[in-house]
Write a protein that binds this ligand. Sequence first.
Ligand code: PMV
Length: 324
Amino acid sequence: MSKATAIAPTNIAFIKYMGRKDEALRLPENASVSMNLSNLLTTTTVEFSQTFRKDTVTINNEEREVETVRVIKHLDRIRKLAKINDRAKVVSSNNFPTGTGLSSSSSGFAALTVAGAKAAGLDLSERELSILARQGSGSASRSIPDGFVEWVDADSSEESYAKTIFPADHWDILDVVAIVSTGRKAVKSSTAHQSVASGPYYRARIDRMAQKVQRCKKLIAAKDFPSFGALCEEEALDLHVIFMSAGIIYLTSQSLELIKLVPLWRNEGLPVYFTLNTGQDVHLLCEQQHVTAVQKKLKRLECVREVIVNEPARGARVTGEQLF
Ligand code: PMV
């Protein structure tokens, strides 16, 4: 019997993953680049025991059918690798709203992977953990390594993993998350990944992705904030064009109100850019020296309910381990 607890950050993709070349293995159509977020965290404890009659999954003190099915599938992957049959008790909590587009599945499946692998007695490398996390939720592969991360483009499960491209202390940029609604998003990202492929602009997007990834990495290396920010905005809008052309609208009037203000703030001399995920919340990117001014701007807006400032962070790790 064993039990382990892990903590994992969510991550924000600058160059996004949307659409898969292999559904079952969660192999993305393109590589992506992200940063782990210091203040959007999931903590998960997994306990395996022969005395448990079934798997139980509690997320934020609730047992939700849909999440439970997906978590049990992931526990099965871990059990298969560890060659065990014990049922598990999983208790997980997020320090932020779930299901609104803040990428709780990235931190959730990264924490589940690290805690589950440890509790099952597996000794996996960072690459193996990333591959395993990817099969639970694609973006979770990027929450395993530290700092600024690339999930590489590959055609097989063994090659499709995420790795650190720069450590967390490489660049003092911040992701200021503006929560504009706590309502659950209408379309889950798993569904979006399937729906976008048939849209009229999807192939044109995919053809440009390798070049975008290279450019993003170069701009992070050079710490060229204005060019990096412009690329992030262009990519976020590109993603939402792909959603809208597949009939999926995540942005609310509050999201639009906010993203329309960002270029105006830049015209006033505040270097801030936005990016978006599946969901309505807006991620504002700025350098450390401008965060107070960005927070001030957000405080004045009625459409913003909560602001969470994130620095580049480490990846998932075990926090406590108990062997019986
Ligand atoms: O890992 P998923 O299935 O939650 O998909 C993530 C999709 C985006 O957040 C829109 C993009 C990304 O790369 O994180």
